[in-house]
Structure formats: C-alpha cells, structure tokens
Design a protein around this ligand. Structure first.
Ligand code: AMP
Length: 279
C-alpha cells in the first residue's frame, strides 16, 4: 500500500502494533536496486511488517549537488516493493515532511567530521534529521541501513544510542554487481565508458585488501597504490578521499589492522561515487 500522509502512516502503525506486530523500516531515496532489495529482504525475515520509505531528502543535498537530477521513478519503485512483499511504501511529499516554518534539526558531532562529512557540509545533519523524523513516524522496532554508506550507518547508530531511541539499527552487507561495481542509484548517471572507469573504485579496494593480506600495514603506501590505480582510468575527475579508518571511531589509522575499513569517494565525470571494504 502506498501511503503519502504522515497521519495515515502513524495510524496504520498504531493499528499494526496493537495487533502485536513488530515493524521493520528501510529508509531509501528511491530508484531502487538490488542493494535496497537486500535490505528489504533482511527486514522481511526479521519483522512482521516491513515499511519502505521513499523520500529524496532535500536537506541532505548541498547547493551544487544533484538534488534536481537525482533519479526518481515511483511507479517502478512501487512495483519493485510489491514484488518483494513490502507491506507499506511511505512516500511523503517535501511539504508533508518540511511544512512552512520547519526549523528543527538533529546533529551528531565527531563521526560526521571526516570522510564524506568533510566534503559535504550539512549532509549528515540532513540525514540524521530525516531519519529521526522517519523513526518518529514509523516507530520501527528495527531499521535497516546498507554498509555501502558506512559512515552514514555508524552515524545513525550513534544517534540512536545518544538519544536513547528504541530502534535496533541493522547494518546490511554492501551489494556489488558481478564485476565489482557497488550498486547505487547514481550509477544511472554513468555512460558505458564512464562505468568502466567507475570499476576502478572496487578494483583499488580489492587490490588494497590483497596488499594488506600480503603483509602491508603502512596506510600511506596502500593509499598511494590505490590512487595510482584509480587515476590511471579516464573520466576520473577527482579523488576526494581515500582513507583507512578504524571501524568504530572512523579515524584514520597509522598502522593498518584487520577489521579496519578503507573508504573512498571519487568523481567519475560529474558523478560522485563512494565505496568501501572491510579488511
Ligand atoms: P539510498 O536510496 O541511496 O539513500 O540508500 C538507501 C539505503 O540503501 C541506505 O541504507 C544505503 O546504504 C542502502 N544501499 C544503497 N546501495 C547499497 C548497496 N550497493 N548495498 C547495500 N546497501 C545499499
């Protein structure tokens, strides 16, 4: 069922909960792909009711980012959700979520400073605000986030802990295409030639993992090799960052250890892609 009104969504959840049902929420910006589907399947397995929210959240986009051209196709998404047995698709309008005079924001400090946070000021404030609102509307027992957006996953976990929210934040594995490309709605922007260059991200991550497994623990050496590999591809415009970080603090490591995460953000043409791997 497609629900556009906050009031109606809240009423439905109240009724379901009164029947003793537990609720899983999968927050998305739509243009669903196999990455989203894996989150939906996790939720279906662990909850009686699964809600997928589809909302391209304007306040998490910077001024010069791709808000206007972000791919949208609610009919396709709704069909996708139906096929997967999703119980409710929550699809509010901008005005429904942010009526005139809206002025409240949620901000997690620390974890949001590095990586994407350093290049996208205000991004995580937009994410935590909208996720907070979605949690208040859907009142989920569990909420599902992909580790494709590793920093986002850790930031949401921290918000839930710090604000004593009664939601279990579940992190789901990153889903890749067969050739290694991490699935993303933004892959739609890539021409077939650019897509070949986009493969450099996962290739560099896999190469880094191999170097580590062979005994390399110097992050600078690993990062340099990754940079060399990625910049050898055409259409690579800008490597925003390559960082080897502690999986919990997200702080850069001086010596690489098992369990660390290598995360990167790269512009291929005008498309900003992110990816990561756990060692
Ligand atoms: P988005 O619609 O891009 O905001 O993503 C919605 C949710 O799907 C987020 O929790 C993402 O981390 C997750 N997600 C997106 N792409 C993938 C992927 N390739 N593998 C796993 N989860 C993903």
């Amino acid at each position: 069922m497609l629900i556009k009104s906050i009031k109606e969504m809240k009423e439905i959840i109240k009724e379901e909960k009164a029947k003793g049902k537990n609720v899983g929420l999968v927050p998305t910006m739509g243009y669903l792909h196999k990455g989203h589907v894996s989150l939906i399947r996790c939720s279906k397995k662990e909850n009686d009711i699964t809600v997928v929210s589809i909302f391209v959240n304007p306040i998490q986009f910077g001024k010069n980012e791709d808000l206007d051209k972000y791919p949208r196709d609610i009919n396709r998404d709704f069909y996708f959700c139906k096929e997967e047995g999703v119980d409710y698709v929550f699809y509010p309008s901008y005005k429904e979520m942010y009526p005139e005079g809206y002025s409240t924001y949620v901000e997690v400090e620390g974890l949001t400073e590095g990586l994407c946070g350093a290049f996208r000021p205000g991004h995580f404030r937009g994410v935590t605000t909208v996720v907070n609102k979605l949690f208040n509307i859907v009142n989920p027992d569990r909420a599902y986030f992909g580790k494709k957006d590793y920093q986002q996953f850790k930031v949401i976990q921290k918000m839930v802990k710090d604000l004593n929210m009664d939601v279990e934040v579940v992190g789901c594995p990153l889903i890749r295409e067969e050739d290694g490309l991490a699935l993303s709605s933004r892959n739609k922007y890539l021409s077939s030639e650019q897509r070949k260059s986009a493969l450099s991200l996962s290739k560099a991550l896999f190469h880094a993992k191999k170097l580590f497994e062979k005994g390399e623990t110097n992050p600078e050496k690993i990062k340099k090799e990754m940079e060399k590999l990625i910049s050898s591809y055409p259409y690579v415009k800008d490597i925003q960052y390559i960082e080897i970080i502690h999986p919990e603090t997200l702080k850069p490591k001086e010596k690489v250890e098992k369990g660390d995460v290598i995360a990167l953000a790269v512009y291929v043409g005008d498309t900003r892609l992110i990816d990561n791997i756990k060692l």
